[in-house]
Design a binder for this molecule. Sequence first.
Ligand SMILES: [Ca+2]
Length: 351
Amino acid sequence: MEPPRCVVVDTPAFHQEDTGDRFRGLYDSDIVIRSGEDGFMHRFWLLVVCLVLTLGSVAGWAQAREKIIIDTDIGDDVDDAFALALAVKSPEFEILGVSTAFGDTEARARITDRFLGEVGKPEIPVLAGRPTSTKNPMSQRKYGEVGHFTNNQRADAVDFMLDQIRRYPEKITLIAIGPLMNVGAAIDRDAATFRKLKRVVIMGGSVRKGYGDYGYNEHMPPMPEWNITNDVTSAQKLFTSGVPLFVMPLDSTQLKLDEVKRAFLFTRGTKVTDQLTILYHMWAQETPTLFDPMAVAFALKPELCPVTPLHILVDEKGSTREGPGTPNAEVCLQSNPEDFFQFYLRRVAEK
Ligand SMILES: [Ca+2]
């Protein structure tokens, strides 16, 4: 998506039938002014009007961008990197910052830092959450050890999150694609401020389908999902916080990036696809499942993952059960993988 352009079309003898060919190629959002007459002063004033309209439109376009914070456990599974790639390729977003959660949060911050440095986004702050202990190996750890980084001074993730919400109340979408330690800590520290998020979109939970249920094969019953089960208490706090909550569970996020799609993406040779190529090879498995990118895609185009209001109870084992009661979440129970990949691959592959 581009900001609108202002175009003065010189048409001294303008007729309706000219429109077909003469204006072909202009974007829908362009501002087209037909001069219709000769004369220096006439053209001068048209250009002034054009300049004012363009500046106004660009300001409006910039203002309309959605403010987001991404909270990620990048570095283990590779889908976080694919989610980050979609976010940085989306001009609809103003990325206020990226925070890291779960395990060695500083190593995850370095991975994020290098990714943003390599793709030409050094201005985006990177924040490390509180480290936790885990035996989970970090497949992409070495990515954060060499390369081009941003100039970020690391600050506390939860302080940053709350400060940004105070600065832009009701304006920020928090996209949480890892275990929810930072979210739980933010609620503990200042629940009233946390509720002033515009919305939270998470990848997490398993409501009617479990891992390995792709819709066409045998049904797998719902089961505790990784992001919820790694910090059940924080998940419970989020689901009872009263914040507008949108949930992308296993039911709608088991999206396989097969070899045809990988070959397309990894041969684009852009800054972003080159970083994905490196991270994919460090991950050292074959077929990624793009769970997390659906949370980012939903924030951009909610029609890709239609939601149903449900009351979700997070039990002590991390199950996310639907039950009676006032809905506390909008949950995407089904998606169309073809529609998702049509959007995802075109967007991330763009030059
Ligand atoms: Ca993740």
